[in-house]
Design a protein around this ligand. Structure first.
Ligand SMILES: *Cc1c(COP(=O)(O)O)cnc(C)c1O
Length: 355
């Protein structure tokens, strides 16, 4: 079988050694002669997986005291709801920075469950930039941001921390890709399936002392306090996605952690953006200063080359680079597990396309 270069936006590429270990555990986990899929989540072998996954998140992201790390279900899309129910006061207001399709889905939930203020939006230019220099009104309970806009290929480079405003971030598509300052945030959440593991679990990092202040009645499963009290084991956790996430975080740690991957991610992004900028047949779609290091969006300057280019990249085993329907063109998702060699294959293919 020839090698596939997997640029899928999500679910997306996982490290090959991680996949191998994960597949072995399906048949025989920890030499128990049992599958990880058929043991109790309360067994000591699985509890050790959960503890290790939580410890790795804390270590890799230098999570300070006073924050809880949770592995829950429901996807980042349930995080939109949990944000409101756990942080927006009964008659309160949430501030939202509208930078793309996921931000918009997050703020739509606030429309349903409370009230909101859109502090700035880049919708006027099809979300191809990150608005800056906005202010957040005093009467809001939090500011919600999407740190990386998976569909539109933009990324917030300077986190807009505001005095006296709780910051909540959807980091689904760039968590563990660069250094972050957890103490800037009231809550961070991220679906696993972009940069941490397979679909099926969502990571929450939440500052404990901020919970329980909304005056709302929160359904048990949506109340973060439930899950903090029970160590993510209030109900059956998604054992396998947590296990594969743990393996991925072990891989990250063994290679040098966030400092290591951030440098590589920069090299990878530079390699591809340099080709986009120097090759007259291609053009980036995002404002240069806001370009994502995770999702690289670009278009052909001459649409008549599309059929030729598409057959060229398919020929060399590239997969998953068709752009999202809202942007068109191409999107190369170059998450942590994507080796630079695969990006070189894409760049070489772009160079071969001639006028
Ligand atoms: C993929 C994605 C989501 C949706 O996550 P689900 O886990 O499918 O609910 C939300 N936000 C961002 C930024 C994403 O990239």
């Amino acid at each position: 079988m020839s090698k596939i270069h997997n640029f899928s936006a999500g679910p997306s590429i996982l490290n090959q050694d991680v996949l191998k270990k994960a597949s072995e555990a399906v048949v025989n986990f920890n030499n128990l002669n049992l599958s990880i899929l058929e043991i109790s989540h309360r067994s000591k072998d699985f509890v050790a997986v959960m503890d290790n996954a939580v410890a790795l998140v804390k270590e890799l992201l230098e999570v300070p005291q006073g924050y809880s790390v949770l592995f829950l279900q429901g996807g980042a899309s349930t995080g939109f709801l949990k944000t409101i129910l756990n942080f927006m006061k009964e008659n309160g207001n949430g501030a939202y920075l509208n930078t793309g399709a996921w931000s918009k889905k997050a703020l739509k939930e606030a429309e349903k469950l409370g009230s909101l203020t859109v502090v700035a939006s880049s919708e006027d230019k099809n979300f191809n930039y990150i608005p800056k220099g906005f202010s957040v009104p005093d009467n809001t309970d939090y500011l919600h941001i999407t740190t990386n806009n998976t569909i539109f290929g933009t990324q917030i480079k300077n986190i807009p921390t505001q005095e006296n405003t709780l910051l909540i971030a959807d980091m689904s598509s760039d968590i563990f890709s660069r250094k972050i300052n957890v103490s800037d945030y009231a809550m961070i959440y991220a679906g696993a399936q972009k940069n941490m593991g397979p679909a099926g679990t969502t990571l929450y990092i939440v500052k404990d002392e901020l919970l329980g202040n909304t005056g709302r009645t929160i359904p048990t499963m949506l109340d973060l306090t439930t899950h903090i009290t029970k160590g993510s084991m209030f109900n059956t956790p998604p054992v396998y996605p947590i296990y594969v996430s743990m393996l991925t975080l072990e891989w990250l740690k063994a290679n040098g952690g966030i400092e290591w991957i951030e440098k590589i991610n920069q090299e990878k992004a530079d390699l591809l953006y340099n080709e986009i900028d120097s090759n007259p047949l291609f053009e980036g779609t995002a404002a240069k200063e806001d370009r994502s290091n995770m999702n690289v969006t670009f278009v052909l300057t001459d649409e008549s080359k599309k059929a030729v280019f598409d057959s060229m990249w398919k020929e060399v085993g590239i997969s998953g680079i068709n752009g999202h329907r809202d942007v068109g063109g191409y999107r190369a998702s170059i998450y942590n597990a994507m080796p630079i060699e695969s990006i070189q294959v894409l760049v070489d293919t772009m160079k071969k396309l001639i006028n």
